[in-house]
Design a protein around this ligand. Sequence first.
Ligand SMILES: [Zn+2]
Length: 624
Amino acid sequence: MNAPLRLTIPHGVDEPGESYLSRLAARNGVDLSTDFCRDVELRFQDVVDGDPNELRRLATMAGVDPAALVAASFAREENQSYVVGGHRIPLRWMGRGTTRVCPACLLEDAANSDLPPEIAMHARFWWGTLLVGACPLHDVPLVSIASGRRPTIHDIVADLRGMPDPLPALLASLTPRRATRPERYLVGRLSGRHRDGAVPFLDGLPAFVGARFCDVIGAIRVHGKNTLPKTLDEADRLAAGEAGFDIVAGGADAVRAFVVNMIKDRPGDRSYNGSAKFVLGGLDAWLYQNKGNPDLMGLRRFLSDIAIEHLPLGPGETCLGLPVGRRVLHSVCTASKESGVHRVRLRKALVQYGFLAERQPRAPDHFMTFPAKAAAPFLASLAGTMDLGDVRSHIGAPRVHGQLLVQGGFLKPINLRDARGKGMLAFMREHVDSFLADLTRDARDVEDPTAYTIIDAAKRVPCGAMDIVRLLVERRLPFVGRSRDADGYLSVLVRPDDVRNILVPEGPTLTVRGFAEAAGIPIHRVRHLIYDGSLRSTLVRRNEGGRTVHAIPRTELARLETNLIGLSELAAAWGFKKEKAAYILRRCGILVVRSPIESQRRHYRMADIASNVGLRTRQLFLPQ
Ligand SMILES: [Zn+2]
C-alpha cells in the first residue's frame, strides 16, 4: 500500500483520473505524470485507461474520494469502447489522441483557486468525447492544445506548459459557438446531472445512441432521407443535431410520426422494391454501420416495428438489421409471391373485391399495399390458381387453343367465389401442371422431318387440334417429338400420318382435289358424286373454327373404277324419273352394263358417269 502523500490537491468537478494524476505530480514537484508514477509505484497506463483499482489507489494516496474519481473517468472496455457513469461511447467518438480543452473553464479554475494556475487548472472528462464540440457553460468551442506528442500525452499540466500562446490569447482567438442541445444533453447524461425523464424518448435510449440519433434524424429532415451526418460539414451537422433534437423532444409519438412520414413520402420511383432500406435510407445505413453495437438494439427494434406496420414486410425478410417476425401489410408483389397468383391478375382481383382502391392506376405494384390479415382468406382461396391468360402463357398455348382446351375438358376450371358470391374463372396450378405433364410425357428429342406441331399436324390430317391433344393425353401415338425452339404446348411434335391412322381407321383419305387428280376427273364431278351419295366421305374440320371439308377414303378410288350403280339409285339421286335418267345416260353415250348379280336391272359404271355426266349436262334435261 502506498503511503499517503503529504502534498495533495482537491479533486476537481468532472475531473478524470489522468488530469488529477498530472496535477498531483506537479504539486509534488515532478514535471511528468509518468515519472511521478514511477516514484509512487502507480501504473500510468492503468490510470489513463480508467482502471477502477488503480484510480482508487491514486485517490487513497491523495486523500480524495475514490468513488468521485472513478465516476469521472472514462474506463476502457474490451469492445472498442469507453464507459463513464455506466454510459458507453464507441472508441471512434473518443478523442484519445488529443488534449481538448475549454480555455474559459481552465481560466476560471485558475481564478478560483489559491494554487498556482498550472496546478489549479483541471480537465473535464466530457472533453474527451468528440460528440461534444463546445463547452455548454461558456459556449466556446473545445480546442485541441496538444495532439498525441509523447511523453506529454494524457498529461494536461505538461500540455499546458508546452502551449505557444497563453490561454487568454487562445480564448480571444476563438469564435464563440453555442453548444447544441444534443451536446448539452449528452454532457448532462454522462455527468449524471441530467434529470431523468426530462426528455422522455431520449432518456429511454443509451446516452450515446440518443445524442447520435438526433444528428442522424436531423440530417434526414434537413437534407433528405439518404443523408448521413458524416457527409455534412461542421455547421450543417450541428444544425442537423438541433433539428433532430426538435423531433425527439416530442417523444416517441413524434419520432414515430416522422418515420411514418418518411415511409409515406417515398417517391414514385420505379426502382422502389418494397424494402425498408429504400424508404429508410439514412436510418438504415446508420444502423447498419453500428450493427455490432448492442446499445442500438432498443432503438433498432422501435424503428423496425414502425416500418413493419407501414411497409409490406414479412417473415423471411430483414428490416433495419432485424428479422421480420410478422406481416402487417401485403403489397401486390408480396401477395403475388406468397399466393403464386400473377401480379396483374391479383391486382385486378384485389381492386375488384375491394381490398385495394384503384386510386393510382399507374402506381407500381410495390406501392399498392393492403392489410394482410383482412385479405388472408381471400388470398388463400386464390392461392395456387391461375386465370386463363396465366394458363395460356404457362403452358405456351395460343389464345384460341387455351379456350379449346377448356371446351375440350382438358383444363377444368374450379368454382371460385368471393364472399359476395361472385364467381371467377380460375384454374388450379397443379391441374394445369399435371395436364402439361400428360401432354409432354412422351416427348423425345428425336429429329423427324415428318413431325409437326399440334396446330400444323391438325391442318395436315386434317382434324381438330383437340383430337391430337386427346391422343397425346391417352398416349396413343407411337411417336411424340419435342421442338427445342418452343416450350410446352407448342413444343410437342406429332406425325400427321400417325394421327390419321387412328382417327380414320379405314386408311388414308384424300381431299376432293386430291381425289379428282388421282381419278383423273374434274373437281366438280367429284363433288357431285359425293352429293349423290355415290362416293363415301366424312366431313372433317380442317382447322379450329374453320369450315369443314370432305375427306374421301383412298379406297373409294378403286370402287369408282369397278363399281356399278343401278339406274333407280341414279334417278333417285338426280331427282328424275328412271326413264329420263336413262335417256340422259344414253345421250351422253354411257352404255348399260349388266350386273352379274342383278342381271335384270340396268347398271352403269360409276367411272363412266363421273367422267361424262356433269350437273350442267343434267340441267339441260330439266323440265322447262
Ligand atoms: Zn467552459
